[in-house]
Design a protein around this ligand. Structure first.
Ligand SMILES: Cc1ncc(COP(=O)(O)O)c(C=O)c1O
Length: 352
């Protein structure tokens, strides 16, 4: 007999998003920015909260479009890029379609696919976490997924894909009609990105966020850039008034200050390179990074134990040691210089 007191079978059998929220004074686990935004950013708004927000977020989308040399009908905005990706999959995914991802990658891609009822086809990264262009194209040609996700730079492994990869995938997508989404949540930390590939005649969309380089994870604002025919369909799926007035206003102000907000990217990159060098002097495997985090693996001690030992010193990093393909790995987000020093000192003490 049906039991409608239980949720859908696929939800019942799944676990929610898991990342322990431990109380720690040095929080280097969620790839947030360590610096508080300028004080003026959230002060002095005169908004009519008795009224619904601008349903199409037109001014915000115009500002985003301007930043990228696009038109506002090539921009969709939502409450964080997770919601952007969810709305994309609600529009273009579903049980009759499929999504190809390449593991290990950002875990929410497959979780959102599950919630939207979209079957996932898993491709695998190489041992060094790169994607082999030929093998990836062969896999796509074999399975012909409706949708393909790349995460570049990839979370949690850290590196960008070469330009050749999306170019070749877009060539393949001229032989059958599918869409490529590139998640560039960490795009501003990388040396290259794929923004120049966006065009009306290409089935490519790129998601970005205010949460990382702009340092506004608490704002919950992300966006999708792509051809207007695709953005228009996605706009039909989002709930009416989904993006609050304050979010839109702060987003617009942040974009007008984006040059100064993005200055922190330079500091974070400098810290990342400094901490990478320190980690390399310890008994660890350290992966190169084009993001605000570093993936590393203790070579002669148990990663889970090290994670616990760090917590006992009030330093919180992300534990991937039990995740498929990332066995024994930990990930540290770049904090302020002093937070990073505390992390390195604690790690040195544990590994000694
Ligand atoms: C690769 C990637 N994409 C998307 C997100 C979601 O970001 P937000 O929903 O805060 O925009 C994250 C957050 O960690 C991420 O790592």
């Amino acid at each position: 007999m049906n039991n409608f007191l239980e949720p859908r079978e696929d939800i019942l059998g799944s676990s929610g998003y898991f990342s322990p929220q431990v109380d720690a004074s040095v929080r280097l686990n969620a790839n947030e920015a360590p610096y508080a935004p300028p004080e003026g950013l959230t002060a002095g708004y005169e908004v009519n909260l008795n009224r619904y927000p601008d349903r199409s977020a037109s001014k915000l989308r115009e500002e985003i479009a301007k930043k990228y040399g696009l038109r506002s009908n090539q921009v969709f905005a939502a409450n964080g890029s997770n919601e952007v990706i969810q709305t994309f999959l609600l529009t273009y995914g579903g049980s009759e379609r499929s999504l190809m991802i390449f593991k290990p990658t950002y875990v929410m891609h497959s979780k959102i696919a599950m919630v939207t009822g979209t079957p996932v086809i898993e491709g695998q990264r190489e041992k060094d976490f790169s994607l082999d262009v030929e093998a990836t194209c062969d896999k796509i040609l074999e399975d012909k997924p409706s949708l393909i996700f790349l995460c570049s730079p990839n979370n949690p492994t850290g590196l960008s894909e070469p330009m050749e990869l999306p170019e070749r995938i877009l060539e393949i997508l001229t032989t059958y009609k599918g869409i490529l989404l590139i998640d560039e949540a960490y795009g501003q930390f990388a040396e290259s990105n794929f923004l120049t590939l966006i065009a009306e005649d290409k089935p490519l969309v790129i998601s970005r966020t205010f949460s990382k380089a702009l340092g506004l994870a608490g704002l919950r604002l992300g966006y999708l850039l792509g051809p207007s025919w695709c953005i228009e369909e996605i706009g039909k799926v989002s709930l009416p008034y989904h993006l609050g007035t304050l979010t839109q206003e702060v987003g617009i102000k942040a974009l007008k200050n984006s040059v100064s907000l993005e200055n922190q990217v330079i500091d974070i990159i400098r810290e990342r390179d400094r901490i990478s060098e320190s980690l390399k002097t310890l008994p660890l495997e350290v992966w190169p990074s084009e993001t605000n985090f570093i993936l590393f693996k203790p070579t002669n001690q148990d990663a889970k134990k090290i994670w616990e030992e760090l917590i006992s010193r009030s330093v919180l990093v992300r534990d991937f040691s039990m995740v498929d393909g990332l066995e024994g790995c930990l990930r540290v987000t770049m904090g302020t210089r002093s937070e990073n020093d505390l992390f390195i000192e604690a790690l040195e003490e544990i590994l000694r």
